[in-house]
Design a protein around this ligand. Structure first.
Ligand code: SF4
Length: 294
């Protein structure tokens, strides 16, 4: 699907967080663009509508375009105070394909590298192999802040990936990216979120083989459990119903899935965590395991 790329000036770039991210221990989010051309069928962002600062056209046409905040790096330089624990990004993928020409993440990382008061922690959430372009700056930034890449792998089945997230990189490319980040000594975590139909034991085994430390996961967010706020959007729910994957929307199945994966990780002396305690570990790599991994 062809997508359009726009640019706009933003008034601010570091946003104080609330809800899930605050509970996880983050203080700010950094969102370099509005709308995300990966356009995943399950993306919770458009379900937030105006809460996410989106324009109605964005959430009605999710994935059709992106609007880069072209002054993002200047704002980062101006707004950093030195104590921020930043999640980049809850509302778009910082390494969506259009970043290749925009180069906004290079500018943002460069701003962090030379900042008089770099953030305390900077977590990059992405599924884009394009992040390998920035290995040089990631290394430099890691010397100035507690940097971590949280890299999304959602299933071990390429056929499933193509159905739910056809514009994202193939799973094999994503494992390769994760391994290259690790080989380059960039702190990296495999984030199995959302967990799509898969062989869960095989998916976790591959994640543990490709990384060290905690593996983070999250199932679909369904309204039955999550009474308000962002939730898995309708196209993914429709896919589950159409392909007979209804169980992957079932809270009881989610509980069983998460505890089974936790036990599997424990048998290998590893941690598997989810929800705010799990995502909180991304910013505090040396922290004690949260309640749900003890
Ligand atoms: S990559 Fe992330 S932000 Fe972008 S559409 Fe997919 S889930 Fe949403």
């Amino acid at each position: 699907m062809p997508f359009q790329i726009f640019e706009a000036e933003a008034r601010t770039i570091l946003s104080p967080v609330s809800g899930f991210l605050k509970e996880a221990g983050f203080t700010h989010s950094l969102t370099p663009s509005r709308n995300c051309t990966f356009g995943c069928s399950y993306c919770y962002v458009p379900t937030m509508r105006v809460q996410a600062g989106l324009r109605p056209d964005d959430w009605k046409h999710w994935g059709h375009w992106t609007t880069f905040k072209k002054n993002a790096a200047k704002l980062v330089a101006r707004e950093l105070r030195g104590a921020e624990i930043i999640y980049c990004s809850p509302l778009t993928d910082p390494y969506q394909p259009a970043e290749e020409t925009a180069g906004l993440m290079r500018a943002i990382l460069s701003a962090i590298v030379v900042a008089p008061r770099p953030p305390e922690a900077f977590v990059i959430q992405t599924r884009g192999p394009l992040i390998l372009r920035d290995l040089d700056l990631l290394r430099l930034a890691a010397a100035r802040t507690r940097l971590r890449v949280s890299f999304s792998i959602t299933t071990d089945r390429e056929d499933v990936r193509r159905i739910f997230e056809p514009h994202c990189a193939p799973i094999a490319d994503r494992w390769r990216t994760l391994r290259e980040l690790r080989e380059a000594e960039i702190p990296v975590t495999a984030t199995l979120a959302p967990i799509l139909p898969c062989n869960p034991a095989d998916l976790l085994a591959q994640a543990m083989e490709a990384t060290s430390g905690v593996v983070v996961g999250d199932p679909f967010h369904v309204r039955e459990v999550k009474r308000s706020g962002a939730t898995t959007r309708e196209p993914a729910q429709e896919i589950c119903r159409r392909f007979g994957w209804d169980a992957w929307l079932d809270p009881a199945f989610h509980r069983h899935l998460l505890t089974t994966l936790q036990q599997q990780a424990k048998r290998s002396n590893r941690e598997f965590a989810w929800g705010p305690p799990g995502f909180g570990l991304l910013a505090k790599p040396d922290a004690a395991p949260p309640e749900n991994v003890r």
